[in-house]
Design a protein around this ligand. Structure first.
Ligand SMILES: NC(=O)c1ccc[n+]([C@@H]2O[C@H](COP(=O)([O-])OP(=O)(O)OC[C@H]3O[C@@H](n4cnc5c(N)ncnc54)[C@H](O)[C@@H]3O)[C@@H](O)[C@H]2O)c1
Length: 334
C-alpha cells in the first residue's frame, strides 16, 4: 500500500470517523492547536507544549503516564494533532506503548502536512541531538485540512514554504514555479500545491522507506541548514536555514561542475522573492565545526545533495575540509 492511500484531504473531521467510531480515542494535541481548533476534536485529550525539549524520552514518558492514567488499552487509537513536534512524538509513543497501538495524524502546520507527517518516520531528541532516536511506523491515516495553516505565524508558514520549494526542486519543476508564481501574486498556498508536495514525498518514501537510497535526497540543503541553525544558536529559523542551505548546495554543485553555473544565484533570487531575508554570518569557525560534526559524515566525506536543475538532484560526496567559513556567505550572489 502506498503512503498516499493513507492520506485524507478535507475540512470535515468526519472524513476519518471510520477509524474512530466504536473505540477509545486519545488525542495528543498541541496546546496552541487545542486553543484554536480544540472543539473540532471531541476526544479524551492529552495536551502538550510543542517544544523540542518535550520531543524527548521524558516527553514520551509523560504522554505514556497520561495514557496509563486514562486506562488506554492496546485497542485504542492515538490521534496526534499539531505540527511536526506533535506528529513525531505521537508516532513514537504509538510505536512503543504496549508494544504498539494504532495511530492517526492531523498535521496542522504546512511543514507537518507536507513533510513531517508523511512517510512513517517517528523521532525524539536525545542529549540535545535532534531526531537521534526513533522508529519507522506508519499511521493508519493522515487527515490534511489546508485550512489549518491560515493561523500560522509568518515564520512557521515560511518554514513550510521553503521545505515545499525544496521538495519541488527535488522532483517537480512545474510545481516549483507554480508555487513561486502563487507567492509573487500574493496568493495563499492552496490545496493543489500541498497535494503535489505530499504526492512527491509519498513516491520517494514508498520507494525507499528505510532511507538507504533515494529518500536521502530529501536532505537537500539540510546539512548546511543544520550547521547554520546550530552556529547561530538557533536564532536563524529552520525555514531560512533550509533556503540558504539549498543555495549553498547549488553553489557546491557549481564548484564541482554538477550544477549549471548561475543556478545558486537564481535560487537565491527566487527565495528572496518568496520572503527570504539573508542572514548575517559572523561566526565562520562555528559553521565549519558544525558541518564537520554532522552526523551524516562518513570519514572525511559528507554526502551532499545538489541540484542538477530545478526538478532534478543528485548526490555529491565532498570532503568536509573543502568547505571553509567564507563559503557560507552568500552576499556575493545578491
Ligand atoms: N518525521 C519526519 O519525517 C519529519 C520531517 C520534517 C520535520 N520533522 C520534525 O518536525 C518538527 C517541526 O515541525 P513544525 O515546524 O510543524 O513545528 P511545531 O510542531 O513546533 O509547530 C510550530 C508552531 O506552530 C504552532 N502551530 C501548530 N499548528 C498551528 C496552527 N494551525 N495555527 C497556529 N499555530 C500552529 C505550534 O504550537 C508551534 O508553536 C521538528 O521537530 C522536525 O524534526 C519531522
Amino acid at each position: 500500500m502506498s503512503f498516499w492511500d493513507k492520506i485524507i484531504f478535507g475540512s470535515d473531521t468526519s472524513a476519518f470517523s471510520r477509524f474512530t467510531e466504536g473505540r477509545k480515542v486519545f488525542a495528543i494535541i498541541d496546546r496552541n492547536v487545542e486553543r484554536l481548533y480544540g472543539t473540532l476534536f471531541p476526544y479524551e485529550k492529552i495536551v502538550i507544549d510543542a517544544t523540542e525539549e518535550n520531543k524527548t524520552f521524558d516527553g514520551a514518558i509523560s504522554v505514556i503516564d497520561s495514557l496509563l492514567e486514562k486506562n488506554a488499552d492496546r485497542d485504542c487509537l492515538l490521534l496526534g494533532i499539531g505540527g511536526g513536534i506533535t506528529t513525531d512524538l505521537t508516532g513514537f509513543v504509538a510505536s512503543i506503548y504496549k508494544r504498539g497501538v494504532e495511530y492517526g495524524l492531523v498535521p496542522t502546520t504546512l511543514l507537518a502536512q507536507t513533510d513531517a507527517a508523511i512517510g512513517g518516520k517517528t523521532a525524539v531528541n536525545v542529549s540535545r541531538i535532534k531526531n537521534v532516536a526513533g522508529t519507522f511506523g506508519n499511521p493508519a491515516f493522515v487527515f490534511i485540512n489546508p485550512g489549518f495553516i491560515k493561523t500560522l505565524s509568518g515564520e512557521e508558514l515560511n518554514s513550510g514554504i521553503f521545505e515545499m520549494l525544496k521538495i519541488f526542486i527535488i522532483g517537480n519543476r512545474e510545481y516549483y514555479y507554480r508555487t513561486l508564481d502563487l507567492l509573487l501574486d500574493g496568493g495563499f498556498i492552496d490545496e493543489y500545491v500541498i497535494k503535489a508536495a505530499v504526492r512527491l514525498k509519498c513516491d520517494i518514501t514508498d520507494e525507499d522507506y528505510t532511507e538507504h537510497g533515494r529518500r536521502k535526497l530529501l536532505n537537500l540543503g539540510h546539512t548546511f541548514a543544520h550547521a547554520i541553525e546550530s552556529a547561530s544558536g538557533w536564532k536563524i529559523s529552520h525555514g531560512e536555514a533550509v533556503a540558504i542551505g539549498i543555495v549553498l548546495a547549488a553553489r557546491l554543485g557549481e564548484k564541482y561542475s554538477v550544477t549549471p553555473a548561475g543556478l545558486a544565484k537564481t535560487l537565491l533570487k527566487d527565495f528572496r522573492s518568496a520572503g527570504l531575508s539573508v542572514p548575517e554570518f559572523t561566526n565562520s569557525d562555528a559553521l565549519v565545526n558544525a558541518l564537520y560534526n554532522d552526523k551524516k559524515r562518513d570519514g572525511d566525506k559528507i554526502l551532499f545533495v545538489v541540484p542538477r536543475s530545478v526538478g532534478d538532484v543528485t548526490f555529491l560526496p565532498v570532503s568536509a575540509n573543502d568547505i571553509n567559513g567564507s563559503f557560507f556567505d552568500v552576499k556575493d550572489l545578491l
